[in-house]
Write a protein that binds this ligand. Structure first.
Ligand code: DOR
Length: 448
């Protein structure tokens, strides 16, 4: 008779479903069997004492760029998912602006195949929209992609969808949630021309939030919300970066919301005062804007206008970043540090632990209808992360797992550390030691 190995996590403080409570977690194989206090050690073949540490559901990052295929000098499904599990991110939804872009079923199929046996985190992929792939969008079934990514503003990878009739059809007919990048390209192009006129090629990095302006964001996100309302579409507006856009969203729990919003950790952490020292390292689209915008975004997280916190992890090499304003690509590597950043906000008294679990794990699972993950629940997959709230870590170049080898947080001292990550029931990261075995699985989605 074969027996499935059981692990018992003891002395954990579970952060889950709106509360923090002491309980033990019994894991059988890949799933959580029991969540209860006082479980007997004899139930398990291995007992892991968490010594009072906080245990969260593994984070689900609904916006990452892992660069495969075609851009693997920046990162790959293997390298970046390895960084994810070091940061307590156990599932990722990956973006289509690869090379070639993921805009049809064949390209999606290729990604699913590339990830199998190589991804260290659980994974799913977006189908990218273009001005002419409406048939592909119509035919996509739940499970074949996690959502439809629509670049309603041009960014890395030339995937702009700007044909008004195509946008109408996508919002009317998409069978999957629509996730949008909202920045109005004509507004940005006009701003670029004005700055080029003034500075030639030597536009300072500080100009980025004036070029990729708050106005460009508002024009595009208000159009997306208008389209969604008219067509009854399921819309998720990605990486909000301004206070003004927040008026477009309703506060309240995610259940039943047709229109949801995401913010990324860098828009909550940085503001424009950091361009002089970090320059292109914080050049991203949408741009990091004013401190008032940053504060507004944090308030919207707390009043539930913003439903999800993610990263938009977007690695580029330092050589690429060292170029002049127009040539330096936008995007930063973030997925290894998102939970530490959120815990820092907790230390600052700005985010509760429960809110971190909600926006980082529960809500992305609910929004994308990810099956049996995102919560610490009996019967669910055992995707978990234990953190040391009071074990500081200074971010050094040696500690980085990203292929690109740099981070905008180098030199930063976070108050908390990631102690252990458990993925599908296996310990995959423990006190700095990373598994050699890529244990990520294809995510499944609820029907109906
Ligand atoms: O800054 C960004 N980088 N924003 C995006 O929309 C794309 C991303 C990338 O892929 O580099």
């Amino acid at each position: 008779m074969t027996t499935v190995a059981k692990k018992l996590l003891i002395n954990a403080r579970l952060v889950n479903e709106g509360e923090v409570k002491e309980a033990d977690v019994l894991i059988e194989g890949e799933r959580i069997e029991r969540v209860e206090s006082g479980l007997a050690a004899s139930l398990a073949s291995e007992v892991i004492d968490l010594e009072g540490r906080y245990l969260f559901p593994g984070l689900i990052d609904d916006q990452v760029h892992f660069r495969e295929p075609g851009l693997t000098h920046k990162g790959s499904l293997a390298t970046e998912s390895r960084a994810a599990i070091c940061g307590g991110v156990t599932s990722v939804l990956e973006m289509p602006n690869t090379s070639p872009p993921t805009t049809d079923k064949a390209a999606l199929q290729e990604k699913w195949e590339r990830a199998e046996g190589r991804s260290f985190a659980n994974y799913a992929f977006y189908l990218g929209a273009t001005n002419d792939n409406l048939e592909e969008i119509r035919r996509i079934a739940p499970g074949e992609a996690c959502g439809i990514k629509v670049f309603m503003g041009a960014s890395t990878g030339n995937m702009l969808v700007d044909d008004p009739q195509v946008l109408e059809r996508i919002f009317a007919e998409s069978p999957l949630p629509i996730a949008t990048h909202c920045e109005d390209s004509p507004t940005i192009w006009a701003n670029e021309a004005a700055f080029r006129e003034r500075f030639g090629e030597d536009v300072p990095m500080e100009a980025h939030p004036q070029i990729r302006s708050a106005e460009a964001c508002y024009r595009s996100s208000s159009l997306a919300v208008d389209l969604a309302k008219r067509h009854g579409a399921r819309l998720h507006v990605l990486h909000l970066s301004t206070s003004r856009e927040l008026e477009l969203f309703e506060p309240g729990p995610i259940d039943g919301k047709a229109i949801t919003a995401e913010v990324c950790v860098h828009h909550l952490w940085f503001d424009e005062s950091r361009y002089p020292d970090l320059g292109s390292r914080i050049k991203c689209n949408p741009a990091i804007k004013t401190s008032a915008d940053r504060e507004g975004l944090m308030r919207a997280v707390c009043d539930d206008r913003i439903d999800v916190i993610a990263t938009d992890h977007a690695p580029h090499t330092l050589e690429e970043k060292a170029q002049t304003y127009f040539k330096a690509p936008a995007g930063l590597p973030l997925v290894q540090h998102s939970l530490q950043i959120l815990l820092e906000f907790h230390h600052q008294g700005r985010l509760s632990l429960e809110t971190i679990a909600q926006k980082g794990a529960h809500n992305p699972a609910v929004l994308f209808r990810i099956a049996e993950r995102g919560f610490i629940r009996e019967g669910y997959f055992a995707d978990l992360v234990a953190v040391d709230l009071n074990k500081p870590q200074r971010i050094t170049p040696e500690s980085l797992v990203y292929k690109c080898g740099w981070s905008p947080f180098e030199g930063e001292r976070f108050s908390s550390s990631i102690h252990m990550t458990i993925l599908n029931g296996e310990v995959v990261f423990r006190e700095g030691v990373i598994t050699d075995t890529p244990g990520g699985r294809r995510l499944s989605f609820q029907e109906g």
